[in-house]
Design a protein around this ligand. Structure first.
Ligand code: GAR
Length: 197
């Protein structure tokens, strides 16, 4: 497996993603030459997820772990342990995080949600569903939330929020594009601050 990550890197990130991986892309770029934090592996539960192209582009190793292998700790745990992962970054990862993983990495798993939690959160609220719900109630402000992951969907400690102004004519797709742009600029530096304190 190709890898450009120096073995002595202090903080070693695993990025988990299910989709296109535009956030993963920004995170990989941001930490590429970072002195103490590097992305070591990208893991997806979707065999053909676009995030595998992101991994190849950045020369970062990647792994596909199908949905049915996440509840049983062995394959995921081995991969994380072999790579001496210290922090887990969810970037559009749509599987439920099993309890064993939360207990193995207490307060070391972070997620980004494309709205201002606690509004528009919970099971089934991801991606375009969130933006459609925002449009349906006619909100003129949405935003992003970055939070620690605990046993309940979207309820972990909030680390960072930022509002995104909307126009009454914005479609759900346009809302999504505005929100994603803010995710790209904020998520990498919030991760850095969260880790380094
Ligand atoms: C992002 O908008 C992220 O906030 C969202 O999925 C998208 C992934 O985009 N996550 C959720 O909705 C989680 N509840 P990306 O694959 O281009 O980074």
């Amino acid at each position: 497996m190709p890898s450009t990550v120096p073995s002595e890197t202090k903080f070693r990130l695993a990025v988990l993603a299910s989709g296109g991986g535009s956030n993963a892309d920004k995170i990989c770029s941001y930490f590429k030459t970072h002195p103490s934090i590097n992305v070591v592996i990208i893991i997806s539960n979707r065999r053909h997820a676009g995030v595998f192209d992101v991994a190849a582009k950045h020369d970062i190793q990647s792994a596909y772990i199908p949905k049915n292998q996440w509840e049983d700790s062995e394959p995921v745990f081995e991969l994380l342990q072999q790579n001496r992962i210290t922090h887990i970054i969810l970037a559009g990862f749509l599987l439920h995080i099993p309890e064993w993983l939360i207990q193995t990495f207490p307060k070391k798993i972070i997620n980004i949600h494309p709205a201002l939690l606690p509004r528009f959160g919970g099971k089934g609220m991801y991606g375009h569903h969130v933006h459609e719900a925002v449009k349906a109630v006619g909100d003129l402000v949405s935003g992003i939330t970055i939070h620690e992951v605990n046993e309940r969907y979207d309820e972990g400690r909030i680390i960072f929020q930022k509002e995104v102004e909307l126009d009454p004519s914005d479609s759900p797709k346009e809302i999504g594009a505005k929100v994603l742009k803010t995710e790209h600029t904020e998520y990498p530096r919030v991760i850095e601050k969260w880790i380094l304190g």
